[in-house]
Design a protein around this ligand. Structure first.
Ligand code: C2E
Ligand code: MG
Ligand code: MG
Ligand code: MG
Length: 291
């Protein structure tokens, strides 16, 4: 009967939820030892300057090589780490590793080293009272150039969180850059830009996906560059996959782009090879004309 079927569905739903909870508990436990076992590593996705295609920087993106499950994506384990608190230890490792790498590039390549080295920081890390002091300590222990370091936070991490907003101010006071990541997808409004000044807006891929269409995404992309230019904030378009999108973004006024069109996240060695091979631009310059 329909009732029995419904009952079955609920039983199955409960089982799925149990399995999910099990999986979360197991991954969460494994994650606690992942740093010590050396299972984490960083990849670096280039940030490209238009129209010439120069390397403007890189974004550090975390990977976890799980001994049984293989490569676990950050979209899966970062939220778990946030919930069980492991993110504090994991985040500290990311900060140290990215700063150590940034310092190595600077030492080796000087002016040709990535101009920005961007690090993603979660809401929980940003709200930790000792976070800014930790950043300052890692900067001095690694010798990384603070003006080349960028901290990426999300709207939801700073919205209505006084400690997080204070941390953003203090980081900028130290000379680091701060970016608002996935901009436009959080439940905030443009007033966040007034309450919490930042250096860079990263316009989310979901808008970039629609930039060549005639839907509202194209209007959002155009409006955000106008706001950014007016507020003297740099804008980055995330998730650029086609030359047509790059062309449209360039015409709209975007000068910093990131996406699979240019490169996927690379190993530190591949970044070094790119720097060594590049004469002026890394990437063929696609856009033509100007805004
Ligand atoms: P995010 O910071 O917005 O990073 C951009 C994500 O989009 C990356 O996924 C990147 O590989 C992907 N991406 C870049 N260009 C393209 C494109 O053209 N097409 C498509 N389809 N995807 C593109 P990834 O590395 O899987 O990271 C996912 C999210 O996990 C990040 O989003 C960030 O929120 C979080 N995350 C990554 N590393 C860290 C970290 O070290 N700490 C924290 N707290 N979060 C991190
Ligand atoms: Mg990011
Ligand atoms: Mg992003
Ligand atoms: Mg994003």
């Amino acid at each position: 009967s329909a009732k029995a079927a419904g009952g079955n569905r609920w039983t199955r739903f409960d089982e799925v939820m149990d399995r999910e909870a099990d999986r979360e508990a197991r991954l969460g436990r494994d994650l606690r030892g992942a740093v010590a076992r050396g299972e984490l590593f960083l990849l670096y996705q280039p940030l490209v300057e238009l129209p010439h295609g120069r390397l403007a920087g890189v974004e550090a993106l975390l990977r976890w090589q799980h001994p049984e499950h293989g490569l676990v994506p950050p979209d899966v384990f970062v939220p778990i780490a946030e919930r069980n608190g492991a993110i504090v230890e994991v985040g500290r490792w990311v900060l140290e590793e990215a700063c150590r790498q940034a310092a190595a590039w600077q030492h080796r390549y000087g002016e040709r080293a990535p101009g920005k080295v961007s690090i993603n920081v979660s809401a929980r890390q940003l709200a930790e009272p000792g976070f800014v002091a930790e950043v300052a300590a890692v900067l001095s222990s690694t010798g990384a150039d603070r003006r080349r370091l960028m901290i990426e936070v999300t709207e939801t991490a700073v919205l209505g969180a006084d400690t997080a907003m204070a941390a953003v101010r203090e980081l900028r006071g130290l000379g680091l850059q701060v970016a608002l990541d996935d901009f436009g997808t959080g439940n905030s409004s443009l007033s966040l830009l007034v309450d919490c000044p930042v250096d860079v807006l990263k316009v989310d891929k979901s808008f970039v996906d629609g930039v060549t269409g005639d839907g509202p995404q194209a209007l959002v992309v155009q409006s955000l560059i106008t706001v950014a230019q007016g507020m003297r904030v740099e804008a980055v378009a995330e998730g650029v996959e086609t030359p047509e999108q790059a062309q449209r973004l360039y015409e709209a006024g975007y000068r910093l782009v990131q996406g699979f069109l240019y490169d996927r996240p690379l190993s530190a060695d591949d970044v070094a090879q790119g720097i060594e091979a590049a004469t002026n631009s890394w990437y063929a310059a696609t856009p033509s004309g100007s805004a």
